[in-house]
Design a protein around this ligand. Structure first.
Ligand code: AMP
Length: 173
């Protein structure tokens, strides 16, 4: 299936100069959504994952069903202040300012092979911060899977220490 036609590109959202890749047409088409999940599930399975880590919030839409299909634990990485139990936090730089991500301290046993999932890879800052959280818990990153890679924003290069895979690749300015 030609999945790229289910991604809608919206110029100047949420800010001027950003070409936003909207996945809602894909989510709204059961065949396309299933096909995207099939592709990401195969990547996660081949990585030897022992857990799936999804990045809030669109990473949950893919990460949780992949975990269910593979019979693996699903671990949410959330924006600061949303997780209720004891947690670890990392700070990371955004284009303007900074942000924080949290993980529960008991989310991954040491040594667990964690596969990180998100919808879009742009600069890679969010995925890199998530990898740091996984490693702070003593687990290891066995790979990262994205529905869409925005090539040309340096994400793949920034994540050079990890096995990065994407179902779709768009050339971005
Ligand atoms: P990154 O720059 O790789 O840290 O991306 C930050 C987050 O914003 C990721 O979770 C992406 O899902 C999202 N994101 C970044 N750029 C776009 C874009 N052009 N369209 C849709 N989502 C984006």
């Amino acid at each position: 299936m030609e999945l790229a036609r289910f991604i809608r590109s919206i110029p100047d959202f949420p800010r001027p100069g950003i070409l936003f890749r909207d996945i809602t047409p894909l989510l709204g088409d059961p065949g396309a959504f299933r096909s995207a999940l099939d592709a990401l599930t195969a990547l996660a399975r081949d990585s030897g994952a022992g857990a799936i880590v999804g990045i809030e919030s669109r990473g949950f839409l893919f990460g949780a069903p992949i975990a269910d299909r593979l019979g693996l634990p699903f671990v949410p990485v959330r924006k600061e202040g949303k997780l209720p139990a004891a947690r670890l936090t990392v700070e990371y730089a955004l284009e303007y300012g900074e942000s924080r991500l949290d993980i529960h301290q008991d989310a991954l046993a040491p040594g667990t092979a964690a596969y990180i999932v998100d919808d879009v890879l742009a600069t890679g800052g969010t995925a890199l911060a998530t990898a740091k959280l996984v490693e702070l818990l003593g687990a290891r990153v066995c790979g990262m899977g994205f529905l869409i890679e925005l090539a040309g924003l340096g994400g793949r290069e920034r994540l050079g220490a990890y096995a990065v895979e994407a179902v779709l690749r768009f050339e971005e300015a």
